[in-house]
Design a protein around this ligand. Structure first.
Ligand code: ADP
Ligand code: MG
Length: 381
């Protein structure tokens, strides 16, 4: 991809790029809706990325192009406004440019910019964080600035939250920024603090994207957020992460049935994240898989953010040989399922799961075999 992008940039803009950067997509490994509850979450950077090539130009124009999109988007460096319609993909790099001064950093003036990617867009693998982080690294390198990695992660999140307007948590950018091949990224969302945990050999990941999305998903997210905050308040804590399972049992009489279910999911899910770190450190992938599947069951029955499609895939996967465990990955209410498998699980098995799904739901989910990969990096510059 690196050599290819270099060539494409040259052909498109008539000069070689000064900078090349890359940032990976990610999977949410375990920790469902724990982030805004002040909890912990585990993710993994994957071996699929967005690449950015960049070269300065002297006329104060910023020209954005992407492999996946037709045409260029050209804006003047003295105008930083949100775009709408087909050029709106450029809001991700524009959002990064808008965020830089908020962190005391300079944005480059005019440049030519080209993005390329082997990461599916909108599949829950966070191509948005990948394009943000690859862009941030390129803009920082071309202006000779080297802030700490935490800052780069926060810049990406600020771009997405404030400029693009998507209220994502820190998982996406944190994992893209701190990912490491053969490791998970552990995030304590209060802080936030990041560390990596080595994975035992032989962990393979399969993603099944259903392309379904609940029509009311934004409202459902907001409702879950409200329910969690109300449960925390009823338990006398600021965030559910501060409450133990024992505190939940003691508070049972003060919580509505629904609040109790949401709180139990979050509190137990945070405990599962901790247990997963322990099982990973012991090299016990079978135990890790059981925790993943238990996480899904909790989403299904307590947090109620699963769907019949996701449940069907999880059931089919956990019944199959060579699968350690499976769960919905991402916010839920549609989207994708992730399975942790041994290396023996292959295309034929994945296909038979997809065939069964096709028979029931009349559409075939996309299948993607991924492994862990390294976090965002500068490749030239
Ligand atoms: P996800 O992050 O799960 O892939 P999002 O909806 O959060 O889905 O982000 C996808 C958006 O990010 C795309 O619609 C596009 O605007 C932008 N994007 C991601 N990758 C690229 C790319 N290679 N080229 C142009 N835009 C991209
Ligand atoms: Mg995204």
């Amino acid at each position: 991809m690196r050599a290819e992008l270099f060539e494409k940039f040259h052909t498109r803009f008539g000069c070689p790029p000064e900078i090349l950067s890359r940032a990976p997509g990610r999977i949410e490994f375990i920790g469902n809706h724990t982030d805004y509850n002040g909890g912990t979450v585990l993710g993994a950077a994957i071996d699929r990325s967005v690449w950015v090539a960049l070269a300065r130009r002297g006329d104060g124009r910023r020209r954005f192009a992407s492999d996946g999109r037709d045409g260029d988007v050209t804006v003047s460096a003295d105008r930083l406004e949100k775009l709408s319609g087909p050029p709106s993909w450029a809001n991700y790099p524009l959002g990064v440019l808008a965020a830089l001064p908020e962190f005391g950093l300079r944005a480059p003036a005019g440049f030519d910019y080209l993005a390329a990617s082997d990461l599916p867009v909108g599949a829950g693998l966070s191509s948005s964080a990948a394009i943000e982080l690859a862009s941030a690294l390129a803009f920082l390198a071309v202006t000779g600035q080297q802030p700490p990695r935490d800052t780069i992660v926060q810049i990406g999140r600020r771009a997405e939250n404030d400029f693009v307007g998507v209220p994502c948590g820190i998982l996406d950018q944190g994992v893209s920024g701190f990912g490491r091949k053969d490791h998970l990224v552990f995030i304590d969302c209060r802080g936030p603090r990041f560390k990596t945990v080595p994975l035992p050999p032989g962990a393979h990941f399969w993603i099944f994207n259903t392309h379904t999305r609940h029509a009311l998903v934004d409202g459902l997210y907001a409702a879950r957020h409200r329910e969690c905050m109300a449960a925390a308040m009823a338990m006398g804590v600021e965030f559910l992460a501060e409450a133990s399972p024992a505190a939940l049992a003691a508070a049972a009489g003060r919580l509505s049935r629904l609040a109790g279910m949401r709180a139990r999911h979050v509190i137990e899910e945070i405990a599962r994240v901790g247990a997963t770190v322990g099982a990973v450190r012991q090299g016990d992938l079978a135990a890790v898989g059981r925790l993943l599947t238990t996480s899904h069951r909790s989403s299904q029955t307590l947090f109620e953010n699963s769907t019949p499609e996701l449940d069907f895939l999880v059931d089919a996967l956990v019944a199959a040989p060579n699968v350690h465990g499976a769960r919905l990955t991402g916010g839920g209410f549609g989207g994708a399922v992730m399975a942790l498998t041994s290396e023996i699980f292959g295309e034929a098995q994945a296909c038979s799961v997809a065939d069964a799904y096709l028979e029931k739901f009349g559409a075939r989910p996309d299948r993607l075999h991924v492994q862990t990969g390294d976090g965002a990096e500068l490749l030239r510059g």
